[in-house]
Design a binder for this molecule. Structure first.
Ligand code: SF4
Length: 254
């Protein structure tokens, strides 16, 4: 570790010597301070953004699922605040996400954004990712999206684990039963799973419906269920909750 700093000092001194008639006069203390500052710079640990960027570059060239690597437009890594306290995890990118390279940007994504904003946050405050980083392929000529298989999720989840380890959110929200299957390896109905705390890698995990479920079932009662899960998340994060927020989706006026 000392070598690059010393060689930097020697190079600089040589440059000064070559450019002057008089020899440079540098005290021993000055030299030591120069070496130490060089050392501190070279030893500075990479931050969360850099670590995520390095991971993203590995993901973007991944071919562990050859069929998905062939069919994808691009990988869809994740988006948001590297220091986020709250992380949302879905199952896989769809066609819109595959085209844009960003998770949750289609109709379901727009609804997720509204949910986040109703919580008093922005997409930039949280981190959003999927278990699968490539869009599950569809038969040629068939539009729409399909859920990832358990095997595809098992192959890709190591990247998500690294993301979680870097970000270290205080709470994770899993969106939908397929994401839960990928995270916890259990296949249950949402009725059995939601409304209580679980744990993923020792991080509190709240399970709620995928926004696409709310698009298919836009009843007030279903919106309220998701909202109650989000209220529990806000309480866990010790965020202020207004009376208005507490009452959302309890009446037909919402
Ligand atoms: S889904 Fe994940 S593991 Fe499979 S090719 Fe894409 S990035 Fe790699």
């Amino acid at each position: 570790m000392l070598e690059p700093a010393i060689s930097l000092v020697l190079t600089k001194l040589k440059e000064i010597r070559d450019s002057r008639e008089q020899r440079p006069r540098v005290s021993r203390d000055t030299l030591l301070r120069f070496v130490e500052s060089g050392l501190q710079e070279s030893q500075a640990a990479p931050g969360k953004s850099e670590l995520l960027e390095l991971l993203n570059s590995r993901v973007s060239s991944c071919t562990k699922c050859p069929h998905l690597a062939r069919s994808r437009t691009q990988t869809v890594f994740g988006v948001g605040n590297p220091d986020a306290e709250l992380m949302f995890i879905g199952e896989a990118p769809g066609a819109d996400e595959d085209a844009r390279g960003e998770p949750f940007v289609g109709r379901a994504g727009q609804l997720l954004t509204r949910i986040i904003e109703t919580m008093g946050l922005t997409r930039g405050d949280v981190y959003i990712a999927n278990i699968l980083k490539c869009r599950p392929d569809m038969p040629q000529g068939v539009s729409g999206n399909r859920p990832p298989t358990p095997q595809e999720m098992e192959t890709c989840i190591s990247y998500l684990l690294e993301q979680v380890k870097i970000i270290q959110p205080r709470v994770i929200v899993a969106l939908g039963a397929t994401a839960v299957e990928g995270l916890l390896g259990v296949r249950r109905t949402m009725r059995e799973l939601r409304g209580r705390w679980h744990s993923f890698n020792e991080i509190p995990l709240m399970i709620t419906y995928h926004p696409s479920y709310l698009l298919r079932n836009p009843m007030l009662s279903e919106k309220r269920k998701v909202w109650e899960d989000m209220l529990a998340v806000l309480e866990h994060l010790e965020k202020p909750i207004t009376e208005k927020q507490r009452k959302y989706f309890l009446s037909a006026n919402d």
